[in-house]
Design a binder for this molecule. Sequence first.
Ligand code: SIN
Length: 311
Amino acid sequence: MVSTATRIGDFQFDNCLMNAAGVFCMTREELAQVESSAAGSFVTKTATLEARAGNPEPRYVNTDLGSINSMGLPNKGLDYYLDYVIEEQNRIGSKPHVLSLVGMSPDETHTILKKVQASDYQGLVELNLSCPNVPGKPQIAYDFETTDTILKEVFSYYTKPLGIKLPPYFDIVHFDQAAAIFNKYPLVFVNCVNSIGNGLVIEDETVVIKPKNGFGGLGGDYIKPTALANVHAFYKRLNPSIQIIGTGGVKTGRDAFEHILCGASMVQLGTVLQKEGTEAFERITKELQTIMAEKGYETLDDFRGKLHYID
Ligand code: SIN
């Protein structure tokens, strides 16, 4: 019997597929839709301390090869999502969930995490160090010194299970440097990758999204090879206690299979979920199960991280 069940830290999931933060997760209604689908979990839209309207529209556009967005962290504020995941945690039959968050400054990040630490929420938190779309705010995880400082400060008071959402890295030296920092901390997971930041899509003679003169994060087919490389690079470099969530370019069971082969313990759907809706979870799960059955794999452990190289 083929199983796509998985585990992140101490949390068991019946299925390894879930949404990526930003897609189907802005409202309780959207989160409930993911919850009642074949997904193994949901992650909330990245919450800031206060609600944000985000960037002006149009700010998300699907393209033939994926998507471009510059949402600018629109969200309903920490309390909205924190209250919901606590409610869900107390509901019999609920799946384990992930609360995504980040402050608009390091101080705000600490205020948020201290609030979560003091709350009844016992589930996973994903600290988003990689949003490329807030004008004037660089992607935190491209600044290794700041990342190291934030993590050091966070782990001086935060004792609940925490992971981080990373931007894609593009240089072997950066994989080495980033991994050396992450390995210093009791992270439960790293999520590779957020969108490839600051791409530009043009139709006729005009950019397709309004914020930042059209610059925005790329998702979908454009980013799968980069996502796979990041998943595998960190799988090879991180302490085995730090698991990998693979995100980027997954639209078929084959794509999910490749993320797991590269080392992912959980796989997130972004652009495909936006395009296809929550039915994508069932379709991609079935496609993944078919591939596993054809290859004689019964569990994800049978092939996770076992990517073959050419001698
Ligand atoms: C956004 O809200 O701009 C997208 C979130 C992200 O890329 O982290």
